[in-house]
Structure formats: C-alpha cells, structure tokens
Design a protein around this ligand. Structure first.
Ligand SMILES: [Zn+2]
Length: 1091
C-alpha cells in the first residue's frame, strides 16, 4: 500500500446474497479420511446439497436458532474437544474427521496458484463472562467460544479452471491441548458466492471440505471459478459461519485473567504471529498474502474497553442476540490497509478495570492518538512507555522518511502474553511487565528494557508491517531489521544513557555465539515449512545475526548511504508490501553502484545471507617482512562428538570486509577513520593482502606495535593473530590508562574493541585456535586468561566487563567438579576482590524520572549501574567477603520491614530503596537465610496481591537458596501454574539453575515432570544446554525421545531446542576432556602473592 493511496471508504461493506447453503462435512465418527471418504459418500453430498439448499432458503435463521437451543439444552458441562452435540438438521455432524488426511501441504502458494484474497469481513462474537462467577449471564455452554461468528473473504483468481481453494482453519487439535481452538463450521455455512458485478450474484456449490494436517482445509467446488483478466474482474465471497474457542493458552484469540479483590476476571486478547490467526477464524494465514480487513466485534456490554487495529466507525451500539439473555454491544471498525492476517489484534476488556492513557501526538496532521492501555491499578506506570513511543515514532519517521500512515497507535499491556510483545499494526500487544515502568521500584535495566521493546515493536511499523517478509524462512527481514533499528531509536530517545557502544555486546556477540553451533541455519532458510520450523526461526540468528549483518552492511557502505538506500527500498517496496532479501540487496546495489561501479554488494553479501555460520580470519605478520600480512579464513564452528571429527569441512569462502589499525596510532578520530577504510578479502588465503587493500596497509608501517583488525566490530567474523601480536595486545592492555584524554586514545581505549578482543580470544581458545606459546601444544587458554587478568581490575565499562564475565561463566559451568572447581573459584575470588573494593558498587543513584530525556546524575549512566550490579553479582557469587556481608545486612533490614512496607513503591524509609541492588541483596541474603526468613519470603511469594514482576523478583532471590528442600519447594511453586504465570516458568527455572545445586535439581525436576511443564523450549535450551557429562547426554537424549513421542522433529515444537541442547552438551563434553584440567592448573598461577 502506498501512503498516497486513499482508504476513505471505511464503511464499504460486502453484501452477499446467499441463495443456497451447500456444505458437506465428513462424518466425524468415520474412521475414514479425506479422499476415501469423499468417494464413498459422494451421492450423499449431492442429496445434501439439494436438501440444505431448500432448508436454508426456506427457514434461514431459524436453523441457527434451533441449533443454539439444542446446545443450550445438551452442553452445559466442560467443552468437548472436537465434535459438538448433534445438530438439529439432518445432514450429519459438523466436526472434522478424527484423523486428518496425511497429504502434506504447508504453503498455500503451492496449492493455490492464482488465488488472491483481497478483503475480509470478519464478525467475531465474544462469549466471555466478565468474572468467573456462576451467575454471569453468558450461558456456561457458550462460555469461551466465538459462537455466532462469521468471516466472508473476498477473493479472485488469475488462473482459469480453479475448483479448489486451500486455506487455514483450526481443526488439528494437538494432543494434550487443554482447550483447543477447533473451529466448527455450521451446517450449510461454507459458501462461495460470485459477487454481483452488474446483475445478481451466483452461488458456486461447495462439494466438500477436506481437512489436512497443519490446519489446512481444502474447499472443493462443484464448478470452476471464472478468472479475473486484464479486462474483467470477477470477485467471489468465501463465507464461513463458525464457532471457535477462546482458550487460556495465550495463543490465537485467548483469554487472560487477573484478580480484582477476590474476583477472578477475564479479558480477551490475541497473539497471531506467526501462524495463529487460523485459530481465531478461517483465513489465508501466510505473511506474503495481504488483504484488507473490516472487523465487527460483539461482546457483553461490560467490556467497553474494546479495540482492534483501526478506529471505531461509530461508538459501540447495543446488539440484540437471538437468545436475548445477554446485553450485547457491537463495535464496527474501519477498514485496515492491506496487511498479512497475522497482524490483526483484538482487545476486549472491562472498561472499569482497563484504562487508556492517550496523547495527541504532533507526529501527524491531524494529530495521531497514541495510547497506552492497561490495568487501571498500574496504568500510571505506562507513562514512560507513552513518552518514549512519541520520541521513538518521531525518530523512526525522520530517519526513514516514512510517516506512520495509520489512524491510531495503541500499546496494550496484558497480564498473560507468551512473547514480550507483538507489533500488530495499530494495536501492539505487550506482556504487561514489558510495558510498565514503576518509578521508585523498577530498575534501570527494566527501564532500558521498556525502551528497547517499544523501539523494537515500533520499528516493525515499517520493517514488518509496511514491508513484510514474503515467507517465514526470511523472517530476519522483519526481526533483524527491528533488532538493528531498536538500538538507534532507544539511543535517540535516551541520549544520556551511554548505551550506543553496547550494540555489538548485545547483538553481534550473541549472534556469533549462536551461529557457531553446528545446528545453526542461514538467515535465508528456504527449508522452513511446518509450524514447528516456523517457530524455530524466531531465534538469535533471525534477530541478532540479522541485525549484525545489517550493521555490517551499514559499516561497509557507511551509515548515511545505507540509510538512504533503505529509504529507497521502503519507497519501492511498500506498494506490494511483500519483500524478499533480493529486493533489499538490489536496492543497496542501486544506491552505491553509480558512485563506485565495481561495488557489488549482492555478491559480497551472498554467503552471509545464504550460508550458516561465519569465518574466523587468521592474520600472520611475517617476522622477516613486517610489511607483509598473510591471511586465511576458515569457518568457525564448535566441535561436537567425542573425537571432534563430526563436522564435515565447510568450503564456504566469505567476502570479508576488512579493516585494520595499528596499536601505535593515537587519537579517537584515528579509530573511526580506520573503521571507514574497508577492503574485501575474497580468497580463502593469501600470503599478502590484495592490491585493493592498499588503503589499509598504512597500519603495517610501524612494526613495533600490534595490529587490530575488524575495527569496531563492524564485520560479522572473528579475528585471530599470531602469538607475537596477541602478546603485544595483552601487554598494551595491561598498561592501559582508561582515563586518558581522547588525543591519547589507541584502539584499546574503545570499549567495543576490548569486549570484542576478549570474546574472540575466549572463543578461539574454546576450539583450540589460539596460538600457544609452546608450539607443540594445541591452542590453550593462556591468551584469554592473561588478557583479562592483566587489566580487568582497571575496567570501567559494562560491555567489556560483561564480555569477560560471560565467557568466564562458561568456564565456571564446565569446571564444576571436585578437583577443578576449588582452584577456579579461589582464583575468581582473588580476581573479583579488588574490583569489588575499588568500585563501591552498592551505592548506585540512578535517576528515576519517567520523562524520556530526564538527565541522569552525570556519574550514574545506565552503563555504570549495570557495571556496578555485575560486580556485585559476580563478587557475591564467588563469595567475596565484604559483598556477602553487605548483602545479608541489606536483606535482613528489608525483610524486617514486613510485607506491607517491603513492596511499598518508592518508600523512602526503606533501607533497600536503592532499588538497583535489591534483587542482588535478596539473592545473596537468601543464600544464607534462616528458616524463618525463608518462610517470610514464601508468604510474600504466594501472596496474591503483589504484582507479577515483584513475585519474579522474590522468586529470583529465593532461587539463590543453597538448601535442597527449599529449592525443590521452589521448583514446585514455579510450575504450579498458580504462584506465577505460566509465561514466566522459563525465567523461574533459569534463576534456579544459576547455582550448581539448583541446576542439578532443576534438571531432575524437568525429567520427571516434562509432560506437565510450560515453556519447555526455553527450559531445555537453558538447563539442557549446560549439561556436561556422557550420562547427562544420555538422559537428555532419552527426554528428547519422550518429547518426540514418535513424531517427526519437524512437527514437534521443542525439537529445535533439543537439537541445539544436544549439540551443546557434546561440545561441553569434548571441552571438559580437553581443557578443564588445563584451565584449573593455569588459574593457580594467576594472582598469587608469590607467583
Ligand atoms: Zn520483532
């Protein structure tokens, strides 16, 4: 859709005259499926058509009435899974077949050549009571359904002789599903009507509805549809009357619940991305298919906080339902612009309990209403997100020269939401805790999290909504872009935070780690087909690698040129709205080519997009001729398997954008200048740099200093050097004065560089690539350990410190064992003590104003808060004496306040009101806490009146306990579905597994309770991936078999997480056998009084 395009006719409605009703359903009790069924019952179908046609024409709505009454009388118990009670008409039951046809169709484009849905008229009737009370007017039998709903899909075909229409509808209820979302089609309620062009409409007979796996249905027609040609447009209306379920599993259209006093109350919302729209209504549920939508919602009159993507055409009106017992309201919404179906969203909530905070933003003319909607008790905490959203939307529109062309923007926080948020156009739905920021209670990192997620979701308004990936195999075109842009939007809205340099720590580092796994995949992944495979694409590769590769393109082209190219890309593609990676590259080439004709970004970028993994570039300076630099590239992959040979050699050669700087060069400007001088290394190896690299070879002029490549980590690769160069870097870093003036800067003064060097060194050592001082030995850990040990006590920035401690955390997990752990933990105590003592880390004073540009205390940037917290967390973990004492003191003082005071927002009398460190005090105070203190904490945790995020903070503290029975108790509480919300179980297990004892107990619990746990993918990735022995690997494989339960991995949602975890454990086993003893003995030599 173009922004010049008019969508003025919002009231346009499709009038479809249905003269006959022609539905045939398979008999639900039949054991036969699909085609067999059709052949046998064909005569019956024809009869049925005639009969149903007569019935519908004669009594129309009374058929519906009769059915409703029948159900009221017969179904007042729990919802059945599949089939409803026998309807009153004689054409057979309405449910789907018990066994779906085995024929596999996963892509509509494969089945539906030429069919183009252009518009949906959707009517959803929401049968949800406001409370769980028995006297609610919604009949029990109808509760949590969308009975009475319909959708009429306008479509055309460009191909002749079309006699089938393939689309999605929920009918394939997974085993063990509690509620299901089965859609039942009424008798005679699937119709295809040729829409009137000049005279009158004509109904195309539907001969059967076929049900296939993955919620595909095929409508078989009795005659061919007429094709639309250049000269004539023929439109059809495919109409379903249906009834779906409003489940409680946070997927599709679902209900979320909250407490109001002693009442349990409901709201209805939705989460459709990526393929759950089909759970709510029959649709063409693929990202590359765009249509307009006109929605009507009918709901009990108490739910007056009702929203969807667009504004209401008129205020909600009373609506009279056939049974007349409920007071209904009806809201009709404006037609959307063309968009994929997954971007639809709904909120149906009580106007007493849910409130909107709205501003009229001057972003557009007329002003754009931007609202934060949330629970009235905490709506004030939405002020920060609301302020941020205005700054972010302005920056987005300015940078990409693309106004937000939509009538409103709502951001709603709901209590239960499986993701952090989803970018539904005009109605972004967030998990409540992702959107709300409570001054005086929330931490700096929570505040940063709100800004980051709002930035991410709002950047999707362009990258994701205006331009949508054509298929989920390229979801990086949505998610990589949003992840790339979120940081610049957050930075623009909070310029004082000092977070700009953290992009590579947050993004590139994570992506390099994930993309070194043998189970990784390419950004462009054409193999993606099944729902489980689609889910698996929403991962670190699509998000973080996608962002890092875009960052690399921007680094090569320079940011202003890259942004200009994106502006053209948006402008060129927004007409169709569906994008492929080739469209992006073509536009980038177009922008650069005229100025630099040899530049061919499409070729250079090919392997970064089409191939999994990335290279490590090894540079060796000739001792005889320091002006000559040889290089070679190899794929950087973690080994798996006992003998390290399981990985087939990968011959991929990446075009590496190469930058180089000499460590002797001084001045901050020299660093950025070096980052701009890029040349390409396109060979596997060479003895000297190519001629093209003459611009970077001045770095080789001085032979007494070190070289540093991949300046500011613009390129998505790792760098290895010869031993001499590493030694020079270690030496330079150990003498660095981080307080030096800008004029005295070297590359090592750039915190990006320090974090990058540390991360590269540890990861190179992990697979034996670091050059050893002893040439007869394979790579070892002396380089990364000396690099960190030599300087880290002088570090002042969060990014490099976190990079070091993240990598050391891997050592900590792998060295857990009777001979290796004691020397390692003793060393870490020696390392952390001076850091802790010099930093005064408990005394944070983060400025907590909610305004977007509130000036923080000049000394207390976000970076310094995070830096201090990391020091406390690590120092206490390794039992640095002063740290534990202070934690215990703060914890006891806090607990003595009593439950009322302990959670009083902004309570200035609270000694722990230094909120940034509260969770750390809870954790390490609890570790040595008494039984009485444990019981006090537990009472608070199960107290239903405290907020969910406070419960998680408590749980996080309690998870640090060192007592077996307490940890086991906590595992039970985490998984009971009552104490904390199911969406948070993954976080709870992750907290518990932080310490060795908790990890072991959580792993046992997981094996015993696999079938009943929520959030299993994240738990298996976290806990399973850090196992490290052969017998644990066997247990993990056994559990995988349980999870598969005889199915193909492509059909099991947790399969990708299991496969990644298994590969990680294989790497861990290999690592432990090679390096555990070595590292344990190395650390004994570091930081000893008399080494
Ligand atoms: Zn996203």
């Amino acid at each position: 859709m173009g922004r010049g395009q008019a969508f003025t006719d919002h009231r346009e409605t499709e009038v479809v005259k249905t003269t006959t009703r022609t539905t045939v359903k398979p008999l639900s009790s039949s054991r036969e499926t699909g085609w067999m069924w059709q052949a046998r019952y064909l005569p019956l179908i024809i009869l049925t058509v005639l009969f149903a046609g007569v019935l519908a024409a004669l009594i129309g709505i009374s058929v519906l009435l009769a059915q409703t009454t029948a159900k009221l009388n017969t179904c007042n118990a729990a919802r059945p899974q599949g089939v409803t009670a026998a309807p009153t008409v004689t054409v057979g039951p309405t449910g789907p077949p018990v066994e779906p046809e085995e024929k596999l169709i996963y892509r509509l484009s494969e089945a539906n050549e030429g069919i183009l849905p252009t518009h949906y008229d959707l009517i959803l009737q929401i049968h949800v009571p406001v409370t769980s009370a028995a006297d609610e007017p919604i009949p029990v039998a109808d509760r949590f359904t969308t009975k009475g709903s319909s959708v009429a899909i306008t479509l055309r075909t460009t191909k002749a002789n079309v006699t089938t229409i393939t689309l999605h509808a929920r009918h394939d209820v997974p085993e063990g599903s509690q509620s299901g979302h089965l859609q039942k089609f009424k008798e005679g309620a699937v119709t295809v009507t040729e829409k009137p062009i000049s005279t009158k409409s004509k109904t195309i007979p539907v001969t059967s509805v076929e049900y296939l796996k993955a919620d595909i249905i095929v409508i078989h027609l009795g005659e061919a549809l007429t094709a639309t040609t250049e000269n004539i447009t023929v439109e059809y209306s495919l109409k379903f009357e249906f009834e779906g379920f409003i489940g409680d599993d946070n997927e599709g259209l679902y209900r979320s619940q909250y407490k109001k006093g002693s009442d349990t109350k409901y709201l209805v919302t939705s989460h459709f991305q990526a393929y759950k729209a089909r759970r709510a209504f029959p649709c063409f549920d693929e990202p590359g298919i765009r249509s307009t939508f006109t929605t009507t919602l009918r709901y009990p009159a108490t739910f007056l906080m009702t929203r969807t993507n667009t504004a209401e055409v008129r205020p909600a009106q009373n609506w009279v339902a056939p049974n007349g017992t409920v007071l209904w309201k009806e809201s009709v919404f404006e037609r959307t612009k063309p968009m994929p179906v997954y971007l639809n969203a709904f909120l149906v909530s009580s106007a007493d309990d849910f409130k909107a905070n709205t501003v009229e933003s001057d972003l557009n003319t007329p002003p754009l209403p931007i609202s934060v909607i949330g629970n009235a008790d905490i709506i004030a905490h939405g002020a920060y997100a609301l302020a941020q959203s205005q700054a972010i939307m302005k920056e987005l529109a300015k940078v990409y020269q693309e106004p937000y062309d939509w009538p409103k923007l709502d951001m709603v926080g709901v209590p239960d939401y499986n993701a952090g948020a989803t970018e539904n156009w005009g109605l972004v739905v967030y998990r409540e805790s992702s959107l709300m920021y409570e001054p005086g209670v929330s931490t700096a990192d929570q505040k940063r999290g709100v800004s980051a997620i709002v930035s991410h979701e709002l950047s999707h308004m362009i990258f994701g909504n205006l331009l949508t990936t054509e298929w989920w195999g390229d979801v990086w075109l949505n998610e990589g872009f949003a992840s790339y842009i979120e940081y610049r939007l957050m930075e623009a809205a909070n310029p004082n935070w000092g977070t700009k340099y953290l992009f590579t720590y947050w993004t590139t580092k994570r992506a390099l780690e994930s993309d070194s796994q043998p189970t990784t995949h390419a950004l462009h992944n054409p193999a993606v087909q099944t729902p489980a495979q689609i889910d698996a694409m929403f991962d670190v590769i699509s998000y973080e690698k996608g962002a890092a590769v875009l960052h690399m393109m921007s680094g090569v082209m320079r940011e202003p040129v890259f942004t200009a190219a994106l502006v053209r890309y948006i402008d060129r593609m927004k007409g169709t709205g569906s994008v492929k990676y080739e469209d992006l590259l073509a536009e980038l080439d177009n922008v650069v080519a005229p100025a630099e004709s040899s530049f061919d970004l499409t070729t250079h970028m090919k392997n970064w997009i089409l191939k999994a993994g990335y290279p490590v570039l090894t540079l060796t300076r000739s001792a005889a001729n320091p002006g000559a630099l040889s290089f070679k590239q190899t794929k950087f992959t973690l080994p798996i398997g006992a003998n390290d040979t399981s990985i087939a050699p990968d011959a991929t050669v990446w075009d590496i954008p190469f930058t180089l700087i000499n460590g002797g060069v001084l001045g901050a400007d020299a660093v950025s200048a070096a980052a701009e001088r890029t040349c390409w290394l396109t060979a596997r190896s060479a003895e000297t740099l190519p001629d093209e690299c003459s611009t970077v070879t001045d770095a080789l002029a001085s032979d007494d200093s070190y070289l540093f490549a991949n300046v500011q980590q613009n390129g998505f690769y790792r760098v290895n050097y010869d031993r001499d160069n590493w030694d020079k870097i270690i030496s330079a870093l150990s003498k660095i004065d981080l307080g030096a003036d800008a004029a005295d800067f070297t590359i090592l003064h750039d915190p990006i560089s320090r974090g990058q060097l540390i991360d590269d060194a540890f990861n190179l050592a992990k697979i034996g690539l670091t050059p050893s001082a002893d040439i007869t030995k394979p790579g070892d850990y002396s380089i990364p350990m000396h690099l960190v040990d030599g300087y880290i006590t002088t570090e002042t920035k969060y990014g490099p410190l976190a990079s070091a401690l993240d990598n050391i955390r891997y050592l900590e997990q792998m060295l857990r064992g009777p001979t290796t752990y004691p020397p390692f933990s003793a060393y870490m105590t020696r390392l952390m003590t001076p850091l802790y003592e010099s930093a005064s880390p408990w005394d944070n004073a983060w400025t907590d104003a909610a305004e977007p540009n509130a000036t923080p205390n000049s000394e207390e940037t976000y970076d310094s808060v995070m830096f201090n917290n990391l020091i406390i967390e690590t120092a206490c973990f390794y039992e640095v004496d002063g740290c534990l004492k202070e934690a215990v003191r703060r914890f006891s003082a806090w607990l003595n306040l009593g439950p009322d005071q302990a959670f009083a927002p902004g309570n200035s009398s609270a000694p722990l009101n230094i909120i940034q460190t509260k969770s750390l005090a809870l954790c390490y105070g609890m570790r040595s806490g008494s039984s009485a203190q444990w019981n006090d904490m537990k009472t608070l945790l199960i107290n239903s009146t405290i907020t969910n995020s406070n419960k998680l903070a408590l749980l996080r503290g309690m998870a640090c306990s060192d007592d077996d029975s307490r940890i086991e108790e906590l595992l039970e509480l985490s998984a009971d579905g009552i104490t904390i919300r199911a969406q948070d179980v993954g976080s709870a297990f992750s907290y518990i597994a932080r310490f060795p004892k908790g990890h072991a107990l959580a792993w046992n619990y997981l094996q015993k309770n696999w079938k009943t746990l929520a959030r299993r993918s994240s738990i298996i990735a976290d806990i399973g991936g850090s196992l490290k022995s052969n017998w644990q690997l066997a247990q993990l494989r056994e559990l995988y078999e349980v999870a598969l339960d005889g199915k193909e991995p492509r059909d099991v949602p947790e399969a990708a997480a299991f496969e990644r975890a298994i590969a990680r454990v294989e790497t861990n086993i290999l690592w432990t056998s090679k390096y555990a003893a070595q590292v344990a003995s190395l650390v004994k030599t570091l930081r000893q009084p008399n080494p």
